[in-house]
Every structure is written in structure tokens, then in C-alpha cells.
Design a protein around this ligand. Structure first.
Ligand SMILES: C[S@@+](CC[C@H](N)C(=O)[O-])C[C@H]1O[C@@H](n2cnc3c(N)ncnc32)[C@H](O)[C@@H]1O
Length: 311
């Protein structure tokens, strides 16, 4: 099944969504994604008819607005993208910088679609003043307008009329979840343990996150969390405390071709934690999902978000 993707996004769970879906109970009323990004998991759920409703949230306001436009105004946003996109044009790089400047001045979510399609690795980066400062990918022009429109129309057809989109802090979303929801969380990555301040997950306070999970447990809200994992036997991310009663499932995310070149066998595993209520309902036990050994990440996709592993 081909699952449409509205835009590339660093850390997208598109490749892992099918495995994660195995842990979703069969009849779900609403899937909630407090850290939606490109919403890869919810789109995969919708494509397989696995949830009646969706709540997408991302603290990045223009990003949340863009998701809303894609779902509710697919023709308008596709036309806007077509008018903004540049082909093999001498001026294409200059054009990218002009769009970036306009976006930083106006915060217009429609411009973000072009920046995401065209920037390095779909990686959203802001400077200390909150201005988008990611560079253009010089080797790629960004998704062609016809393909973009096809993807946008497909996402809209799957999610329109059953999705709400908000731009709140994840804690406000979790406070409003019900015991009929299943929450899928993919918070920002922490990277190598001990390398950065372990109290934060890129802006999220670790203790606040754990307290929010504890609250969900007390309210019997079912949830799963994608979390930093391990490369070989080096683990990343501060461990979640045992008292939360989570079940750990590891998902092989690929072998870095850089490691292969160096003759190493290191394989990246991403962690998926299931809440006790969810694990019990779907009969999950701790396990590791392996993928076809020939599947490797490309050099470009090397897991830089896990920290400076190869340097
Ligand atoms: C790892 S990405 C999610 C990627 C997503 N699973 C996908 O498939 O594209 C984490 C997202 O969390 C958002 N975020 C960061 N801090 C947040 C907060 N306090 N509340 C809600 N969202 C937040 C970021 O803007 C980012 O889009």
C-alpha cells in the first residue's frame, strides 16, 4: 500500500509506521499525535482505516497550520506550492532565500511547504531568534508540483472531516485526552546520553514528560512512545523510569552504510514504549523487530540525530 506523504520531515516515522501499527488495538475511536511533525503515523492509520478520528498537534505553529491547510484546503495549498516552486532555474537558490525571508517576516504557513520540500533533509532549524535558517539542498529541486498535489489530495481524502489540528504544548494535549483515545508520541530526540543536558529533550523537560506519562497511566489513557534507541550496544536517550510500567519494543531502523564501509555491523534500533494498558490489550511483550538484512540506510540518512556517532 502506498501511503501519501505531504512533505519530507527529519525524524518522520513513515518507514516504521507499519510496524508501530501492529500495536494499535483493532477498534480505535481517536488517535492523538501530540508531536505530529509530518503526521506519518496518523496518515498510515487513516490509510488502513484504523481510527475513526484524529487529533494532530505540533507546537510549531506554522507547521500545524500547514497540516490544517493540507487536510482542509488541499487545492489552495497545492496551487500556492505550484506558484512558489522553481524548476531548473538559475535563480532557484536565490528564490529559496527570498521565500525563507518572506516566511520569517510573515510566518505564512504556505511558504513553509516550499521550504520543507527544498531544504536539507527536510530538517526544520531555527536560530536563537526563532528564524528559520535551514539552507536549501543544492542537489534537489523539491517535490514537483504535480506530485505534491497528488500527495496532498490523497492525505486530505484520508483525513478531512475527521481530524482536528492544534498548535499547543504537548502537556495541554495530554491533559485533554480521554480513555477512549490512543496517544502516539514521538518527542524530539535527546541524542547521546551524557553529551547534552539530560534534563531536556530538545526543549522538553524530561521530568515533566515523565510526570505527564504518569498522569496518563492514572487516567487509563493508552499510549505509545517512539523514543531514542541504540546503535549497536550504545544506547541513546535517558531511560524512562520502571515505575511507569512500560513495555519496550525495539524496531530495527537500518544499518548505517557508513558503518558498513568501516566494516562495522552496527545496526540502529529505535525504541517503542507501550503503556501497560495498551500492552495488555494487544498482548505485547518486549521484543525486537528485525528487518531484511539487505535494507540499509544511505549515507545521507545516517542517524545524525543520535549525536556525533561517526565523527
Ligand atoms: C521527532 S518530531 C515528530 C516527527 C513525526 N513523528 C513524523 O513522523 O514526522 C517531534 C516534533 O515535536 C514537536 N515539538 C517539540 N516540542 C514540542 C512541544 N513542547 N509540544 C508539542 N510538540 C512539540 C516538534 O516541532 C517536532 O515536529
Amino acid at each position: 500500500m502506498r501511503i501519501p506523504q505531504p512533505f519530507q520531515y527529519q525524524g518522520s516515522k513513515r518507514a516504521l509506521a507499519a510496524t508501530i501499527l501492529q500495536y494499535l488495538p483493532p477498534r480505535v475511536h481517536r488517535v492523538v499525535e501530540p508531536f505530529a511533525g509530518s503526521s506519518a503515523f496518523s496518515i498510515a492509520c487513516a490509510a488502513r482505516g484504523r481510527s475513526k478520528e484524529f487529533w494532530l498537534n505540533d507546537y510549531n505553529k506554522p507547521l500545524a497550520e500547514l497540516l490544517g491547510l493540507i487536510i482542509n484546503q488541499p487545492e489552495n495549498i497545492s496551487d500556492f506550492y505550484k506558484a512558489t516552486w522553481r524548476g531548473e532555474d538559475e535563480d532557484a537558490l536565490e528564490h529559496y532565500y527570498r521565500v525563507r525571508e518572506d516566511f520569517n517576516r510573515t510566518g505564512d504557513a504556505r511558504l513553509l511547504l516550499y521550504l520543507l520540500a527544498r531544504c536539507v533533509k527536510g530538517s526544520v532549524r531555527y536560530n536563537s531568534e526563532g528564524l528559520f535558517n535551514q539552507s536549501p539542498d543544492k542537489r534537489r529541486l523539491g517535490t514537483r508540483p504535480d506530485t505534491m498535489k497528488e500527495n496532498i489530495l490523497a492525505v486530505s481524502a484520508l483525513m478531512r472531516g475527521k481530524t482536528i489540528v492544534t498548535a499547543q504544548d504537548y502537556r495541554d494535549v495530554l491533559a485533554n485526552c480521554r480513555d477512549t483515545d490512543v496517544v502516539y508520541m514521538d518527542p524530539p530526540y535527546q541524542g547521546v546520553c551524557g553529551e547534552r543536558d539530560s534534563r531536556y529533550l530538545s526543549g522538553i523537560v524530561f521530568d515533566d514528560f515523565v510526570a505527564a506519562l504518569d498522569q496518563l497511566n492514572q487516567r487509563s489513557v493508552r499510549y505509545m512512545i517512539s523514543y531514542d534507541g541504540r546503535l549497536g550496544d550504545q544506547t541513546y536517550g535517558q531511560p524512562l523510569p520502571d515505575y511507569l510500567g512500560l513495555t519496550l519494543v525495539e524496531i530495527e531502523a537500518g544499518r548505517s552504510s557508513q558503518a558498513t564501509l568501516l566494516g562495522r555491523q552496527d545496526v540502529t534500533f529505535e525504541s517503542l514504549y507501550l503503556s501497560e494498558a495498551l500492552a495488555e490489550e494487544v498482548g505485547a511483550r518486549p521484543r525486537t523487530h528485525h528487518r531484511n538484512s539487505s535494507t540499509q540506510m544511505t549515507l545521507l540518512e545516517s542517524p545524525s540525530r543520535y549525536g556525533k556517532i561517526f565523527t
